[in-house]
Design a protein around this ligand. Sequence first.
Ligand SMILES: [Zn+2]
Length: 506
Amino acid sequence: MSHKALYREWRPSSFSEVVEQEHITKTLKRAVITGRIAHAYLFSGTRGTGKTTLAKIFARAVNCLHPNEGDPCNKCDICTKASEEVLVDIAEIDAASNNSVDNIRRICDEVNYMPALAKYKVYIIDEVHMLSTSAFNALLKTLEEPPAHVIFILCTTEPDKLPATVLSRCQRFDFHRITTKGISNRLRKIADAEKQQVTDEALDMISRISFGALRDAISLLDQCISSTDDTIDVTDVLNCAGLIDDMSNALVVQALVDNDVTGILNSVNEVIAEGKSPAGFLSGLLGYLRNILICMNVKEPDRFIEADGNAVSEMKRLSELMEPEEVIWYIKELSENEAVLKRASRPKTYLEIMLLGLLVKNTEKVQPKVQVKDKPVKKEVQKPEAVKPAVNETVKPVKTETKSDQNISWSKYIQDRFDKGSKDAFELLQSAIEISGNQAVVTVANDFLKSSLERNGVAVLEEIRGFSKDITNVRFVVAGTDKVAGSPEQQITEIGKKHNIPVEII
Ligand SMILES: [Zn+2]
């Protein structure tokens, strides 16, 4: 028996099964219920976010004999034939391989005939931006005066490449990247139904490295399932994903962009656990930043970058989130420390401090007391005119809300304490602490913060404790701890014992 790919097997068959994208499913359902169907739709968004899936559901819904509140019944003759892909009235065309004017002319001739069985003839054109200019012109003629029984659904990952004349004829929907939480939940459902044991951490890892593409995430889970009979854990995921250097570098750069301390610590841990040396990792990261810089400055970066297509697209995506000055600054800061890292007695800790130091320096820019080198200010990235604001939201994978909420309320809490007169270690508390779930990470990356910790270690722990009793793990990342007098560590450990908080000093 041949194995049916999990993502095909688990492709949603109704609007309500689709993960997220509610802004689209709601409107399409409404269109089916009211019968106000447009003749051309544009589905745009990054790969694996459900464009083709929704196009297929919509094609069935408009033709279904017994639609249920806008959803297709998936039982009637039309739905069944459509699902088996034998309904001649629904056609899916891959524009990447059928991009000539003749291909499109054939479709434009066909649309003049009435549908064979269904109410509407639906043409789903995937990767529509691949059409040639003359093919677009031929299509435009039909889009200008479409017969009443025809619906075009144009899907694309690159809407900017479509002629404005075509864009203006379409009702447009921008698909968002799916949140890691949305992906994890879906994967959990699939794994349970497939009776496959898999740890939560493994699912989180799959979600993170899929960058919002649910289809990629399900395919990776599929691969993991075929590779082991046991419970799938993080190591299995890393092995299956061939967590190549580019992927881990991408995660680190994304964490730098997001000011995500936990993200950086996780990535470093994973890379070191994989057996890579900190120095090797740093030199790889420098090469990766160089590639991002190339993406910013060269039209066809693929010629200068040795990496596969997906990796290059990821670099391009990251390059849009930063300014060249910022990348150069990262490269400079990291290169200056490369030699020191090679001689460091605890290279992993030093690597973490270097990376976290980049974040702290960024935050400290608002603290006039601290002398740091200026980091270039990130400017708003210029977006092409034709792009609607909604498209911007698709650029970054959405992070889980709870985490940023926690940090926002932490920030408010500290400001409030400061206003009430508690001024001890204010800089440290305000800029060096990241809270995620039950963990607080205190990053002490320069002498100023170090001496503050020396004086106020106890106060820091008590503030964290006062903020939330749910924080059961406090982690201190301290640069060159041996240079600090032993007292703060002892004090911290003491107070940790007293309040029953496990404290880890690295
Ligand atoms: Zn039906």
